[in-house]
Design a protein around this ligand. Structure first.
Ligand SMILES: [Mg+2]
Length: 124
């Protein structure tokens, strides 16, 4: 792990969540063609395009109106995915992030265990 990457036991604050989702948006953009290739085998070959559009909206929203807490960050990202990504992916990933965000409440700093529990709530 390079020194620019936060360690898992670091405090998870709002800037951490902003970095995380911004990095996720960059990864989705970088891998969009590959996602679409994978989708073309069993679907209608739009997964990469859809996810890229959704995560671009996430990155833009986070920059325009930076949320004040980790939970609010996940909720904002989830809302963008639900409204911008078509098919099943938007509701699935968006609901995951929104429910995880709601589980975190208004806490300004959370532990890795709280994040794990929140993601579990989102997956459920
Ligand atoms: Mg599709």
């Amino acid at each position: 792990m390079s020194s620019s990457e936060p360690a898992v036991d670091d405090v998870l604050d709002t800037p951490f969540f902003l970095r995380w989702l911004t990095a996720a948006a960059a990864s989705v953009s970088r891998e969009a063609a590959r996602l679409t290739d994978l989708d073309s085998a069993i679907g209608d070959a739009d997964h990469g395009t859809n996810m890229q559009r959704g995560f671009a909206a996430v990155a833009e929203a986070l920059e325009k109106e930076p949320p004040g807490s980790p939970g609010a960050t996940l909720i904002l990202a989830g809302r963008q995915l639900i409204s911008k990504v078509g098919g099943a992916s938007g509701p699935l990933y968006g609901t995951l992030l929104r429910r995880a965000g709601k589980a975190l409440g208004d806490a300004e700093r959370i532990t890795p265990q709280q994040l794990a529990d929140a993601l579990r709530a989102g997956v459920d």
